[in-house]
Design a protein around this ligand. Structure first.
Ligand code: NAI
Length: 660
């Protein structure tokens, strides 16, 4: 039985039991409808408590039902009936009340929650808006600006915020079921509250602030449809009678459900959750980790150390000498100071995190670490020396990881006395912020070590993706491929600012050439010079990047790169660069062709997809979904487009439909 009804004196308790997260599946909806009929007919029940078993309240619709034809009873109809019950209903909320879960709570006459509960309407993150009355009812309960923020940004509120804005009646100080029953008893002795759908919306207190917040959400949405539709829905709730607002919400919800953006976002939702469902690790228990060692305290080492500290690990950093150790310590402190200034951590937490950190110039300091992550210079000899030191000083059962971007992780592992305990943990910069963590699977890595890497990533609240050993793993390898293609386009007819405009119009956060200027052109120039002798002479090589460096144009830091940078740091197209590019095309005898933004993006996408397919064929990535997750979380590929491999599948589907 997914919904049970019991009675405690004069109070009926309706309990949903649909593990793991009490999704409002068809069985739950039917169960609730039956429970409503039963409690309405029960003359001894004076009020009803709606509660959930397990770890949470209802967290929303059953996303697995999304692709299928809807089955009765529909949630909006069910909730409309509960709202008109002849006796009070009290929602007893623990865990999360999200989406359809919060909508169910909104049709109850009273709401009580545990202090740790969160309440939200996150549908926009799936390209949707709430579809069971949430947008029409919430602005009739809480101030308009709060309703707007919850509905159009999808950000949940804590129980204490919920109490402050009037979303819940009380926070349970002790036992939730007991206090919910007590609240129901009080509610039964009072006049029945008017259902939200029969009330007027609350008056907008500060119209200008509301408009400013709405404009900000719309601007941030860019090409995304759902946040704009959400803003419209809140306006409807404020301007229309409730039944008209409810009808408009339903129509907008159904339109969004069929929108390709929502399909793409739902694909990403599942893909991100599936990266850790790894067949070979199914029955493997990860090791317990408490102390982390980080070798190298530069950009990455400091970011990794901060990420670990912020997730509750104690961290020891080892640098080359005491001066470098204190510089590394300074960088870690800077990151934590930033978190403090942005209000992400309290002053006392800041102090306790720093107390859990220690920087040293000797490997002895690593004798007790459970996991050591190396982030020293990108040089094989330096890395091997570090692993030799780890062999000598770290515990024989500790996990060893390298953060290398391009070096052969198998070669690094094989230089260690215990290759089975070595993996790659490839973070992205800034390491304490970027969500992606590529777990590089070496030939000898044991399942236990791999499972530990995956669990470690999760503990840092990152998205782990398994990657095989190759030049650049998944993310950097695909980026190199489309960067090569973009460079070829410069010779074929495009200019850097045209390529960049095509990419940002597509929804990427930054164009490739601006990104390279930001990173500095000299580092990749040095790398290309190193690789010159071994480069495949048949592969097309574009010299423009090298020539820019020869002109002293190293990017933003020198004020000139692919662009010119004015005093404000603004990227400006530069005639000198254009002249260089035109002369390079002429030198190679290429007749430049005009390219539209669409042409440019089509070539970039194809380069991503071709490299993605090669990566799949070689077994570097487990599946196309993992590649999509990587591109979204490493390079800001627009989530609402689903990722390059998803787009490739969609194109095939469309072509298939046309052929049928
Ligand atoms: P960095 O140059 O900022 O830092 C390297 C640090 O390692 C320096 O502080 C240096 O003193 C220290 N170091 C060098 N040899 C050492 C040794 N034998 N023992 C202890 N410390 C030593 O370099 P960054 O950018 O932090 O990169 C580090 C590693 O992370 C490289 O392998 C790089 O490829 C990789 N990586 C870099 C990313 C980035 O965006 N910068 C992204 C992902 C990976």
């Amino acid at each position: 039985m997914v919904v049970r009804v019991s009675r405690h004196g004069s109070i009926a308790v309706v309990t949903v039991h649909n593990p793991p997260v009490n999704a409002a599946s068809q069985a739950v909806r039917q169960g609730l409808l039956d429970a409503l009929e039963r409690t309405e007919a029960d003359a001894y029940a004076k009020a009803v408590v709606l509660a959930c078993a397990g770890r949470t309240f209802i967290v929303g619709a059953d996303v697995r039902e999304f692709g299928k034809p809807p089955v009765k009873p529909h949630l909006p109809d069910l909730l409309a009936r509960i709202e008109c019950a002849s006796k009070p209903w009290v929602a007893a909320i623990h865990g999360s009340a999200l989406g359809g879960g919060l909508e169910a709570a909104l049709v109850c006459s009273h709401r009580i929650a545990t202090a740790s509960a969160i309440l939200g309407l996150p549908e926009v993150s799936l390209g949707l808006i709430p579809g069971a009355g949430g947008t029409a009812r919430l602005p009739r309960l809480v101030p308009a600006d709060k309703a707007l923020a919850m509905i159009a940004t999808g950000k949940p509120v804590t129980a204490s915020e919920a109490e402050k804005i009037g979303l819940i009646d009380a926070i349970a100080e002790g036992d939730l079921p007991e206090e919910a029953i007590a609240l129901a008893q009080r509610a039964a002795s009072e006049p029945l509250r008017t259902p939200l759908a029969q009330r007027a919306p609350l008056k907008v207190e500060d119209g200008a602030a509301f408009e400013a917040a709405a404009a900000k959400i719309e601007a941030k949405a860019g090409q995304q449809h759902a946040p704009r539709v959400a803003v419209r829905a809140v306006r409807n709730a404020l301007e229309l009678p409730a039944d008209a607002a409810l009808a408009a919400e339903r129509k907008a919800f159904l339109a969004l459900k069929a929108d390709p953006q929502s399909r793409a976002l739902r694909h990403v939702f599942f893909a991100e959750r599936a990266t850790t469902r790894i067949e070979r690790l199914k029955t493997v228990r990860p090791r317990f980790l408490r102390e982390v060692g980080v070798i190298g305290g530069g950009t990455m080492g400091a970011g990794i150390a901060a990420a670990c500290l912020l997730s509750g690990y104690s961290v020891t950093m080892v640098e080359r000498d005491s001066e470098a150790a204190s510089a590394g310590e300074g960088r870690v402190k800077n990151v934590l100071d930033g978190s403090l200034q942005r209000g992400l951590i309290s002053a006392s937490r800041h102090a306790s995190l720093l107390a859990g950190f220690n920087a040293s110039d000797g490997y002895d300091a690593l004798s007790s670490v459970d996991l050591a992550i190396e982030a020293v210079f990108e040089n094989m000899d330096v890395k091997k020396e570090v692993f030799a030191n780890l062999d000598a000083h770290a515990r024989p059962d500790s996990v060893l990881a390298t953060n290398t971007s391009y070096l052969d992780v198998n070669e690094i592992a094989n230089s260690s006395a215990r290759p089975d305990r070595v993996i790659g943990l490839h973070f992205f910069s800034p390491a304490h912020i970027m969500k992606l963590l590529e777990i590089v699977v070496t030939d000898a890595a044991s399942n236990e070590i791999l499972a530990t890497g995956v669990a470690f990533a999760k503990s840092l609240k990152k998205v782990p993706v398994l990657a095989g050993v190759c030049d650049g793993f998944i993310a950097n390898r695909i980026m190199s491929a489309y960067r090569r293609e973009a460079e070829c386009m410069l010779e074929d007819g495009a200019l850097p600012w045209e390529v960049d405009a095509a990419m940002t119009e597509f929804g990427l956060p930054m164009g490739l050439f601006q990104m390279q200027d930001l990173a500095g052109l000299d580092i990749s120039w040095a790398m290309r010079k190193q690789q010159a002798a071994t480069r495949d002479p048949d592969q097309r090589y574009v010299d423009i990047g090298d020539k820019l460096c020869e002109m002293g144009r190293f990017g933003r830091k020198t004020g000139r790169g692919y662009y010119l940078y004015g005093a404000t740091g603004h990227a400006i197209p530069d005639p000198e660069v254009e002249a260089l590019i035109l002369s390079e095309s002429a030198r190679k005898g290429i007749v430049r062709q005009r390219m539209t933004r669409g042409d440019i993006m089509a070539r970039i996408l194809e380069a991503m997809q071709t490299e993605g397919s090669a990566i799949l064929d070689e077994g570097i990535a487990r599946c196309g979904d993992d590649i999509d997750v990587v591109m979204i979380n490493a390079y800001g590929f627009p989530r609402w487009k689903g990722g390059p491999m998803f787009m490739k599948g969609q194109r095939r589907e469309l072509q298939g439909e046309r052929h049928e």
